[in-house]
Design a protein around this ligand. Structure first.
Ligand SMILES: C/C(=C\CNc1ncnc2c1ncn2[C@@H]1O[C@H](COP(=O)(O)O)[C@@H](O)[C@H]1O)CO
Length: 258
């Protein structure tokens, strides 16, 4: 088939997405014309291909906002902890001690222990980061976040917790905290990240879960005994921060600082 002449162009219809054309087809609209047309319906914005664009933009937005963040530790913990609870007080001390060690604090930007860690970091004059998530019951970012990024998608937000931190400190929490903890553990277990310290704070709180992992999962051969070395345990903020800064993560943090 030969290329269309100027006069035949209006009657040669293009084959979608190929740059090819078919002779004597109906008059076609150019791509520019389609783009510039006022849309008759916004329904397309609720389709998966459109969502992919939105997801992509969420990654770009996160990478842009966090690219300049230096050494950082992600702190997870319950959204329900009240300011007078010992967990909140420990969370504040964790945030403060991380900043005093020259490390930024990344949290989910919400209330409870997230707020505590952001507050400790902000009050110590450090970088206090919140990665907020759109939820049906809107909470908004806690007031102690200095650099905030909002996400619609949990998985895009989770990437940021890992990509921009050199370790995790996990305060007592519920399902959200467990989700974040297990994701981190699986990334280490499967070798997707190396030497990523994970510190669980409050031995008493975590003991029953760890006993069950040992007595059931390890006994039944579903996890290796060595998998229990993926995390360390602490009882105080001081211990937790010292552990997360120790070892390989400490080397990475020191390298980023110099
Ligand atoms: C339930 C309440 C507020 C929810 N707001 C949240 N904002 C930001 N991040 C959240 C929120 N809820 C959960 N998360 C994430 O999960 C972890 C805490 O979940 P948990 O179930 O409370 O352990 C936390 O690290 C966040 O990343 C207030 O009533």
């Amino acid at each position: 088939m030969s290329a269309p002449t100027e006069s035949s162009r209006h009657t040669n219809s293009p084959l979608p997405g190929s740059g090819a054309w078919r002779k004597n087809g109906a008059t076609h609209q150019t791509a520019d014309a389609k783009l510039l047309e006022t849309p008759r319906s916004s329904a397309f914005t609720h389709t998966d291909p459109w969502r992919v664009m939105r997801i992509q933009s969420e990654f770009v937005q996160g990478f842009d906002a966090l690219a300049e963040v230096g050494p950082a530790i992600s702190v997870f913990g319950s959204a329900r902890t009240k300011p007078d609870s010992p967990y909140y007080i420990t969370g504040m001390e964790v945030g403060r001690r991380l900043v005093e060690a020259g490390v930024a604090v990344i949290t989910g930007g919400g209330p409870g222990s997230m707020e505590a860690a952001n507050r400790g970091a902000a009050e110590a004059g450090g970088l206090s980061i919140g990665l907020g998530i759109e939820l049906p019951f809107e909470q908004g970012m806690n007031e102690w976040v200095g650099l905030g990024v909002d996400f619609r998608y949990f998985f895009a937000r989770k990437t940021m917790f890992v990509k921009y931190a050199q370790g995790f400190i996990v305060l007592p929490g519920g399902l959200g905290t467990l989700d974040e903890l297990f994701e981190a553990m699986v990334l280490v277990q499967t070798g997707k990240v190396s030497s990523f310290p994970i510190v669980l704070v409050d031995r008493n709180f975590w003991a029953p879960l760890l006993d069950w992992i040992r007595s059931t999962m390890v006994t039944e051969g579903l996890v290796s005994p060595g998998d229990l070395d993926i995390f360390s345990l602490a009882d105080t903020a001081e211990e937790a921060v010292a552990l997360v800064l120790a070892g390989k993560a400490g080397e990475q943090l020191a390298a980023q600082e110099s």
